[in-house]
Design a protein around this ligand. Structure first.
Ligand code: NAP
Length: 325
């Protein structure tokens, strides 16, 4: 069993930033990521709000985080974590390949996954016209018609990306006002290829031999139903926290986000949660990175104190023999 000062689960902006700060604090650190560095950010077509970098792609920004962390010699493993078990001295992290790690401190940054609509056809036609990633699948819809569902930053940003490729983009939103930032709202409204369908929900997805062929829409005010022909359906209705690995004793809110203090520490000492998995006001790359910094600095202090406490508790052999007699 290998022992680390800090084990980081998740290689998104938060996890990689935690890695940078942990290495600078001379913590023996390992980061485990099952997918690609950057996580969901790596899938983003454009990032325009990371301070100091006016415009870049999510992939480029992720690679910069990765390179920066690697420049400090951060040990990284590509594998799936199957459990995180809290302990008094060490916390234990088990990997799918059978490796068992123990760490004085653990940082969890598993982020979130796209929320599902839960309608007929969504699961069945996933990969055959239903998608949760415009950058990954947009290419297949060049000069075609697509439906984008949602009214937040992600839906509007992805609708704009798809408008560069597709012939027509229907942006279906359940209300008459967007949740997205004003700049994205303005861009969407000014893009002639995008038609906004207000007060509308997709109630079913239909397909033929070629894949998705249309959706059923319902007006949320009049309850009127209609069919709309489309080649693809992109769903961006928010995220659900990837909290499966969060140990049972850790406090979560009603939506499943982990509650932490201002050090990103959970209700179990030495276990920190960062980024989109943590309950907070806004989910932004810069905030995930800031969480990673906070958690690593707090973990460095925790590890130092923990080691000092354990050393005090370990009585020298001769004293231990005396106290036993
Ligand atoms: P979000 O802000 O939670 O928005 C989800 C959207 O989907 C809302 O408009 C919501 O409608 C709609 N929705 C939710 N459930 C639905 C359902 N069952 N049927 C139909 N519509 C449904 O999620 P997000 O856009 O993925 O953004 C997540 C976070 O990441 C946000 O904090 C966002 O600011 C951030 N983000 C930032 C950027 C950026 O800064 N460039 C880019 C992407 C994401 P209602 O409005 O009616 O609730």
């Amino acid at each position: 069993m290998s022992t680390y000062d800090l084990i980081i689960v998740g290689g998104g902006p938060g996890g990689l930033t935690a890695g940078i700060y942990a290495m600078r604090a001379a913590l023996k650190t390992i980061l485990i990521e099952k997918g690609i560095a950057g996580g969901q950010v790596a899938m983003s077509d454009s990032v325009e709000n990371y301070p100091g970098i006016e415009t870049t792609t999510g992939f480029d920004l992720s690679q910069r985080f990765l390179k920066h962390a690697q420049s400090y010699g951060l040990e990284m493993v590509q594998d799936e974590v199957i459990s995180v078990e809290p302990g008094l001295e060490f916390h234990t992290v088990r990997l799918a390949n059978g490796t068992v790690l123990q760490g004085y401190a653990v940082v969890l940054g598993m982020g979130g996954s796209p929320r599902k609509l839960g309608i007929a056809g969504e699961k069945e036609y996933y990969g055959r016209g239903v998608s949760y990633c415009a950058v990954c699948d947009g290419f297949f819809f060049r000069d075609k018609t697509v439906v984008v569902v949602g009214g937040g930053d992600t839906a509007t940003e992805e609708a704009l990306y798809l408008a560069k490729l597709a012939k027509k983009v229907y942006l279906v939103h359940r209300r008459d006002a967007f949740r997205a930032s004003m700049i994205l709202q303005q861009r969407v409204k000014g893009e002639c290829k995008i038609e906004i369908l207000w007060n509308s929900v997709v109630t079913a997805i239909r397909a033929d031999q070629q894949g998705v062929s249309g959706v059923e829409l319902q007006d949320t005010k009049t309850e009127e139903r209609r069919q709309l022909a489309t080649d693809g359906v992109f769903i961006f209705i928010g995220f659900e926290p990837n909290n499966e690995l969060v140990p049972a004793g850790i406090k979560k809110n009603a939506d499943g986000y982990v509650m932490t203090d201002d050090k990103c520490e959970t209700s179990i000492p030495g276990i920190y949660v960062i980024g989109d998995l943590r309950e907070k006001y806004a989910k932004q790359i810069v905030i995930a990175a800031a969480d990673g910094c906070t958690a690593a600095l707090a973990a460095a202090h925790y590890v130092e104190t923990k080691k000092a406490t354990l050393e005090v508790c370990e009585l020298p052999a001769e004293l231990a023999a005396t106290s036993a007699s």
